[in-house]
Ligand binder design. Structure first.
Ligand code: ZN
Length: 86
């Protein structure tokens, strides 16, 4: 079976059901969510999740990554000020 769907984002009838790693940009950080089950558009990268659970997993992963990025930014900005005077 090689069913294809129309992409709601770019309109190409090229979306295919697959399990693929998805790259997304979140506030300047590139995040990869591995093995996303859904309809993937090879033209624009749009994803329609196969299920509500899959969508939730995706956004949980995005949120966890965002927290990690925020923490490392905070650490970078809060380096001991003494070091700057050496
Ligand atoms: Zn598309």
């Amino acid at each position: 079976m090689n069913e294809q769907r129309q992409c709601g984002s770019c309109g190409m009838k090229s979306m295919e059901r697959a399990i693929l790693d998805v790259n997304r940009n979140f506030q300047g950080h590139t995040l990869t969510i591995p093995a996303v089950d859904g309809w993937h558009c090879p033209s624009c990268g749009e994803v329609e999740f196969a299920s509500r659970e899959e969508a939730e997993r995706f956004f949980d992963a995005a949120q966890a990554n965002q927290k990690e990025a925020t923490r490392s930014q905070a650490e970078a900005l809060s380096a001991p000020s003494e070091a700057a005077w050496d």
